[in-house]
Design a protein around this ligand. Structure first.
Ligand code: FMN
Length: 310
């Protein structure tokens, strides 16, 4: 996820049990032009493997260039984003904008597969709009041009993030006898219980958890525990504060103090969800512009809420 699954957060997710990691989506055109921010987004560490670098675009030349550049980083796979619905991406025929033109989607995917020396996977949606959800056909065609796995978000481009994800078509893709590559399901998984229920109900090979990981990397550990028949661990406040601080530190190293302070703001609600009367602390955390002040606030949160926990 853009501005979420950067290296420091991915490393935390890995520690808590995420099996496969993917970078934020990276513009193929920007990579081809050697834009610094995009190049930095490709960086990862060995412990993150297996890891995919995700690219987007709709120009064959730029996509091929991006594959060559991304491969130099030696990721385990290249993931093509045919799923992003936002205007600045889909409006230009990239991301899920390509779902208006399935032959082009298949053609560009083939070009990427042919240009790549490592496995190529695709992340996409059900289709473009309510009256066009050809994902069963798309999945077959993408498999035929050589992708090695497909991840499907159960919404259309037109839906953006509204409504509920429809997993029934994801299940149909998985149950299609012609499909032999792994099929991963995605959309609205917000608890370990739901992850397991949907994995079992739709028979998918794996599940992608997006928004529910924001400030909550613990969901991977808890899901795995439940999968193994154990009761999911309730994460104590000291661990949450510790991880939150680690996240802030890692982000500061990657993005500099100013950006890190700003980008961390979307995470606090997740890290401290459910704490009684947390609102005043949250307000200070999301308005403070001083690193030391944020650290002090996190220490205060630890003091106050560990007392309540005991
Ligand atoms: C802020 C934000 C950024 C996202 N960025 C990406 C991205 O870069 N690549 C991608 O494949 N999906 C991206 N997504 C989509 C998610 O990966 C996921 O498909 C979607 O949120 C549905 O899953 P969820 O209900 O588990 O969040 C993004 C979603 C959000 C909310």
């Amino acid at each position: 996820m853009e501005a979420i699954t950067n290296k420091p957060f991915r490393k935390i997710c890995k520690k808590y049990g995420a099996d496969i990691l993917v970078t934020e989506f990276i513009s193929s055109e920007a990579l081809a032009r050697d834009v610094k921010d995009s190049v930095i987004k490709m960086g990862f560490e060995e412990i993150e493997r297996p890891l995919g670098i995700q690219i987007f675009g709709n120009n064959a030349e730029a996509l091929v260039k991006a594959v060559r550049i991304a491969e130099k980083e030696n990721p385990d796979f290249i993931d093509i984003n045919w799923g992003c619905p936002v205007k600045k991406v889909a409006g230009k025929g990239s991301g899920s904008g390509i779902m208006n033109d399935i032959p082009k989607m298949v053609e560009l995917t083939k070009i990427v597969v042919d240009a790549s020396n490592i496995p190529v996977t695709v992340k996409t949606r059900l289709g473009y709009s309510e009256d066009s959800k050809p994902i069963v056909d798309i999945a077959e065609r993408l498999q035929d041009v050589g992708i090695q796995a497909i991840s499907i978000h159960g919404r259309t481009r037109a839906q953006m993030y509204k409504g509920e994800a429809d997993w029934s078509l994801i299940g149909e893709v998985k149950n299609n006898k012609r499909m032999h590559i792994p099929v991963f399901g995605n959309g609205d998984i917000d608890s370990p219980e739901k992850a397991i229920e949907f994995k079992n109900r739709y028979g998918v090979d794996g599940i992608l958890i997006g928004r529910a990981t924001i400030g909550n990397p613990f969901i991977f550990q808890q899901t795995k525990e439940l999968l193994e028949g154990k009761t999911p661990t309730i994460i104590p406040i000291n661990e949450k504060v510790e991880v939150c601080k680690l996240h802030l530190e890692g982000l500061t190293e990657l993005r500099g103090e100013r950006n890190a302070i700003f980008e961390m703001r979307k995470n606090y609600s997740g890290y401290f969800k459910g704490l009684v009367n947390f609102k005043p602390y949250r307000l200070q955390l999301v308005t403070s512009t001083l690193y030391s002040e944020i650290q002090n606030l996190l220490d205060q949160v630890l003091d106050i809420y560990s007392e309540q926990e005991n």
